[in-house]
Design a protein around this ligand. Structure first.
Ligand code: AMP
Ligand code: ZN
Length: 473
């Protein structure tokens, strides 16, 4: 399997630190609002990377944080007259709902910065102890960039050039810096801000240190893959490398993966979708117009390192493409139900060999730095094969195997092949079964809760002599 590594700017063969295991860290969102579909791109892309590793039999430890202490969160809390925690916990919950709706698997661990302050104080202390950091008069702690010889290796920047660049920009309040390229590890609190005690001052951590600490705590000092959007290469990931490698004395991540931007054309200017430019759609807004599976399909229709322009036309094309796959799966399901012959005919065996070649083609695309665009092209070829070779006369084995193949390949991309209604039906049936089980065990409180949950989903239950019947309200 080949992965494009931002460190070497080349595709490299994937060699895990530990055979059969992948340790992966993906920088998560700052939670002060609903996430927009630009933020959704890394979520969908790296969830797909994870799913492909799992398909290959790897055990993946996937860690993705929530940045829940930040200027923007504090600002929003002030505007609303609540504390920061109220803002961040609200948007963490909303973000988790959006992730579930996009079929992004929950991470193995979703750490939150505010819960990890102890680890940050420890790492900052260790960096000071080793001469890689220093506290200024006002209690701000800075990383001593000059002390880390590898600084710039990820973003391929030269420290001298960086410093002359920084010298142009004079920032007030940073007089305590030894060098303009030094960056903040810990900063003093301002009036009304959340703060923690520390040996240097009452204050809060800088943004970069949280990821170094959370990666170390949940994955270890060395990890296989560190990922995020390409805007994070510098300074965020460059600084994470400096902190982690200086503190731990080991290489931090073997592979650094970065997705390109989701852009949007606003008044003839194609720009990165971002909160600050105000040119964004939230995932929630898109969900009012589209099944979010369409959004997921749209995101994966391009290679993750290619910029992608969001447009209504492309979303429509994705909707049609997804529909084509779903119709094919439905037809296969039908054919399977009606089939008489169990064994494949010799002709079907020939088609099955072609289908297996298409699976190999799909895998080859995914092995080549997760080329989901080509993988989807292989899925469409499989759809075409299915549409042209499956009929009422097909054998159970042939129709069933093709259906299974399509579902599996789509599943690796996180694409659910049954239509929304059917997916909902399955969920309802499962909840009803769970309720029956609860009633059998005389757990009426739980049974009632499930009835209420179903009601919330617009499902009405009727207990009849023939069993439980349900209908949409
Ligand atoms: P933020 O909440 O801004 O820290 O972003 C969370 C994640 O979303 C980071 O990995 C960013 O790189 C990524 N991201 C933000 N905007 C975009 C965009 N327009 N396209 C792709 N990724 C983005
Ligand atoms: Zn990070």
């Amino acid at each position: 399997m080949k992965i494009f590594n931002t460190l070497s700017r080349a595709k490299e063969e994937f060699v895990p630190l530990e055979p059969g295991k992948v340790k992966m860290y993906v920088c998560g969102p700052t939670v002060y609002n609903y996430i927009h579909i630009g933020n959704a791109r890394p979520m969908i892309v790296f969830d797909t990377v994870r799913r492909y590793f799992e398909y290959k039999g790897y055990e993946v430890n996937y860690v993705s944080n929530f940045t829940d202490v930040d200027d923007k969160i504090i600002q929003k809390a002030i505007e609303e007259g609540v504390d920061s925690e109220a803002v961040s916990s609200r948007y963490i919950e909303e973000c988790k709902k959006d992730m579930a709706a996009m079929n992004v698997k929950p991470a193995t661990t979703h750490p939150q910065a505010t819960q990890e302050i102890g680890g940050m104080l420890e790492m900052i202390g260790a960096l000071i102890g080793k001469g890689h950091a220093y506290a200024a008069q006002d209690g701000t702690v800075y990383f001593r960039t000059r002390s880390f010889p590898g600084y710039g290796k990820l973003s391929h920047k030269n420290l001298d050039e960086l410093q002359s660049g920084f010298r142009e920009i004079k920032v007030t309040g940073e007089e305590g810096k030894e060098d303009p390229s030094d960056f903040v590890l810990w900063k003093p609190k301002k009036e009304g801000e959340p703060f923690w005690e520390s040996p240097w001052c009452q204050g809060r951590p800088g943004w970069h240190i949280e990821c170094s600490v959370m990666a170390k705590k949940y994955l270890g000092e060395q990890i296989d893959i560190h990922a995020g959007g390409e805007d994070l290469v510098f300074p965020h990931h460059e600084n994470e490398i400096a902190q982690s490698e200086a503190a731990n004395g080991k290489p931090f991540a073997t592979y650094w993966m970065h997705n390109a931007f989701l852009n949007i054309d606003s008044n003839g200017h194609v720009q990165k979708m971002s909160k600050s430019l105000g040119n964004f759609f939230t995932v929630r807004e898109i969900s009012e117009r589209y099944d979010l599976q369409v959004l997921r399909f749209f995101m994966l229709s391009a290679h993750y390192r290619s910029p992608l322009n969001f447009s209504a036309e492309l979303m429509e094309a994705s909707k049609n493409g997804l529909d084509r796959i779903r119709t094919a799966v439905e037809r296969l399901s039908d054919a399977w139900g009606k089939a008489n012959a169990g064994q494949q005919s010799p002709q079907e065996q020939g088609h099955m060999a072609t289908a297996k070649e298409l699976v190999a083609k799909y895998e080859a695309a995914m092995e080549d730095d997760f080329n989901t665009a080509d993988a989807i092209a292989a899925i469409f070829e499989l759809v075409k094969l299915s549409n042209s070779t499956v009929s009422e006369k097909s054998s159970k084995t042939y129709a069933g195997s093709l259906k299974e193949m399509l579902e599996k390949l789509c599943g690796v991309l996180g694409i659910v092949t049954c239509r929304k209604e059917e997916a909902l039906d399955e969920e309802v049936e499962a909840l009803i079964a769970e309720r029956q089980q609860a009633r059998k065990g005389k757990d009426f409180a739980k049974a009632d809760l499930i009835r209420q949950k179903l009601q919330g989903m617009g499902i009405l239950l009727e207990d009849t002599r023939e069993g439980v019947k349900w209908k949409r309200a």
